[in-house]
Design a protein around this ligand. Structure first.
Ligand SMILES: O=P(O)(O)OC[C@H]1O[C@](O)(COP(=O)(O)O)[C@@H](O)[C@@H]1O
Ligand SMILES: [Mg+2]
Ligand SMILES: [Mg+2]
Length: 353
């Protein structure tokens, strides 16, 4: 399948050398062909019943695998086999998978994000990042997928929603494309997306409230109360699908939080650094937003394992910074400091943008 001319045009903004650009372009094109097939299943197949069921196993993170998770993984592995890809790290495989040791690129992917939503007909997606394989004399194949996010050559996600959209960066801004199903091509619809610096919409799974630490509880409480004596009201969303939450932020700004909490296994939250958070962080930063683990820049965290989790706060830059500021003010501070009282950090002025 030939991708739309304007996608190829964007890929020509490539800052690296010709060989690397060609390798990345080929890999993106093969992955996108795979996602067209996944999109067709999402629209016409899964909900008809054939792939919405459980596959009978769990992935490395303990999540129940759906048949569609497994099928999406297979489709994208076939895509990588047709591209200059040395190794793949996937949510749906315990270990990294060698494809062609001599090839220059490494791919990490969440083949199907939000798959617990399939039967509810909420948006699901695919997330991927592409890295250069470091020289083999200094690294193992696994090292290729355990790089800091700042080394990403390209990252993107596809959201299989009302429309199938692609959000892509090769480090030259973030672009939004929509799939023309008839032509089988992604067409550019928004060039150089800019996330508003500040917005009044937040997304968090509030059912975890009692497990959060004091700083997150305080932040969310202040969002609920609003600031400036409630004249600035916040809106709240939770779709339970990372691609859908990210897409809303690209369209109208806001902040998404999945912090660590005290549930067993959730100290570092739910999302995975290597194949979920880093791609989102690259896309957000290229659109003027940011992404942290509440404090640190996501893309500067050195991954230690493929399925490692990370807290994730992403979106409008001022909102993300504000969450970081709350990390310094725990419960005790709030009660002791007359500045906060019951009115919250927003009202006190300490948390203003
Ligand atoms: O179940 P929760 O706590 O609402 O978490 C939802 C989060 O989990 C995810 O579904 C995890 O992704 P996977 O479906 O790929 O495992 C995210 O898309 C979403 O943000
Ligand atoms: Mg996911
Ligand atoms: Mg997944």
């Amino acid at each position: 399948m030939k991708q739309a001319e304007n996608l190829q045009e964007y890929l020509r903004n490539w800052a690296g050398g010709d060989d690397q650009r060609f390798a990345v372009e080929t890999t993106i094109n093969r992955l996108l062909e795979g996602t067209v097939a996944i999109s067709e299943i999402a629209s016409f197949g899964a909900l008809a019943g054939d792939l919405s069921g459980e596959a009978g196993g769990t992935n490395e993170d303990g999540d129940t695998q759906k048949m569609f998770d497994v099928r999406a993984h297979e489709i994208l592995m076939e895509a990588c086999a047709k591209a200059p890809v040395a190794v793949v790290g996937s949510e749906e495989a315990a270990e990294v998978i060698e494809v062609d040791r001599t090839a220059p690129l490494a791919v990490v992917m969440d083949p199907l994000d939000g798959s617990s939503n399939i039967e509810t007909n909420a948006p699901i997606g695919t997330i991927f990042s592409i890295y250069a394989v470091p020289p083999s004399d200094v690294s193992t194949l696994e090292d290729s997928v355990l790089q800091e996010g700042v080394n990403q050559l390209a990252a993107g996600y596809i959201i299989y929603g009302t429309q199938t959209s692609l959000v892509l960066t090769v480090g030259a801004g973030t672009q939004i494309f929509t799939l023309d199903h008839q032509a089988g091509e992604y067409v550019l619809i928004r060039r150089d997306v800019t996330i508003p610096h500040i917005a009044k919409e937040y997304a968090i799974n509030a059912s975890n409230h009692s497990f959060w630490d004091g700083s997150i509880q305080n932040y969310v409480q202040d969002c609920i109360m609003g600031y400036s004596d409630h004249k600035q009201k916040f809106n709240m969303r939770w779709i339970a699908s990372l691609v859908a939450e990210a897409h809303r932020i690209f369209v109208r700004g806001g902040v998404f939080l999945y912090p660590g909490d005290s549930r067993e296994g959730y100290q570092l939250g739910r999302l995975r650094l290597v194949y979920e958070a880093n791609a989102m962080a690259f896309l957000m930063e290229q659109a003027g937003g940011s992404a942290t683990d509440c404090v640190r820049r996501i893309m500067e965290i050195k991954p230690e394992s493929l399925h490692q989790r990370t807290p994730l706060v992403m979106g409008s830059k001022a909102n993300v910074m504000q969450v970081a500021r709350y990390q310094n003010f725990q419960d005790d501070d709030r009660n002791q400091a007359p500045l906060f009282g019951t009115r919250g950090l927003f009202v006190s002025g300490r948390g203003n943008f």
